[in-house]
Design a binder for this molecule. Structure first.
Ligand SMILES: [Zn+2]
Length: 150
């Protein structure tokens, strides 16, 4: 799915989790959730984040392919552990929420993901990237975010 859809969905989830847990620095928490939701597309140099970090994206694409290991819970757990080591459990949780939200949304696209890479089973659906269903989802998420902020 598109960068903006991942981003607005991650903000929505971040807000939900903020309300569930008492987080001392809510804006930083949301920001880390947003970063988490952007990370998986680092395996594709033509994605938004991939174009910002092109050498890294080309390397990951070469090593794992687009929607391989990086688009799986293996990638999510590695990221979680790295954040745990450097930033502690709250922000490791935040990045994991964002990362998982990306995997969740991509699992509705025709190409899908292999959530338990290297195992073969694939999750996919009918929501085409950049298509009308995605646009509808984007606006639903956006309205929900605005309602939660209001
Ligand atoms: Zn993706």
């Amino acid at each position: 799915m598109m960068f903006r859809t991942h981003l607005v969905f991650s903000i929505l989830l971040g807000l939900v989790f903020l309300n569930v847990f008492g987080i001392s620095n809510p804006w930083l928490f949301i920001l880390v959730v947003m970063i988490g939701s952007s990370l998986p597309d680092i395996d594709f140099h033509k994605s938004k984040i991939g174009s910002w970090f092109k050498p890294l994206a080309l390397m990951f694409n070469f090593l794992f392919g687009h929607r391989g290991m990086i688009h799986s819970f293996v990638g999510a757990f590695i990221t979680y552990i790295l954040f745990m080591l450097f930033f502690g459990s709250t922000y490791a949780g935040a990045v994991f929420i964002g990362y998982s939200s990306h995997l969740f949304l991509d699992s509705f696209t025709p190409r899908g993901i292999r959530p338990f890479w290297p195992l073969k089973p694939k999750l996919n659906g009918i929501v085409r990237s950049g298509g009308i269903f995605e646009l509808i989802l984007f606006f639903l998420f956006l309205v929900s975010v605005l309602l939660m902020l209001a």
